[in-house]
Write a protein that binds this ligand. Structure first.
Ligand code: 4NP
Length: 161
């Protein structure tokens, strides 16, 4: 089983949205028997909480349900997950620091934005923007980045260059 962990700061906005999108792709492409995904936050701001209502609304409008509950990234995750996918540079640096102090880490740490083509990123974002203090439009913009990004990530995992 190839295991993928999506990581943001709070694990209530961006990473559970990515997890929901990626899980829907796995189901649709009948890959859920060979690949699985989860999400977590570098911070422990909202442990056990459901995703932000705006993330739930954006996912629901595409027919995606999630039962995810927020949790913090654990050092043991570096032994479990083949890929860790950071939403922004701060998450990426945090994961790289944790990797260095983990026992026998196996995870490959990547940045979500690196999988999104310029055509799917018209505003030329260099990170997945944090929508927490924004409005529903900001969550829609995150979805518009994560949707093609998740498919490109899935293709990459299946055909590593
Ligand atoms: P996320 O968004 O990292 O995409 O889940 C945030 C959620 C909560 C906070 C910041 C960002 N917060 O400061 O509580």
């Amino acid at each position: 089983m190839i295991q993928v962990l999506f990581v943001c700061l709070g694990n209530i906005c961006r990473s559970p949205m990515a997890e929901g999108i990626f899980q829907a792709l796995l189901q649709a492409q009948k890959l859920h028997t060979v690949m699985s995904c989860d999400s977590a936050g570098t911070a422990n701001y909202h442990p056990g909480m459901a995703p932000d209502h705006r993330t739930l609304k954006v996912l629901k409008s595409r027919g995606i349900h999630t039962a995810h509950r927020a949790r913090q990234v654990l050092h043991s995750d570096f032994q479990t997950f083949d890929f860790m996918v950071a939403m922004d540079d701060s998450n990426h640096q945090h994961l790289q620091r944790m990797f260095q102090s983990a026992n026998n880490p196996l995870s490959q740490i990547v940045r979500m934005i690196d999988f999104i083509s310029p055509a799917d990123n018209p505003q030329a974002h260099r990170e997945i923007p944090d929508p927490y203090y924004g409005d529903l439009n900001d969550f829609e913009e995150v979805f518009a980045l994560l949707s093609p990004g998740c498919q490109a990530l899935l293709t990459h995992i299946q055909n590593p260059r």
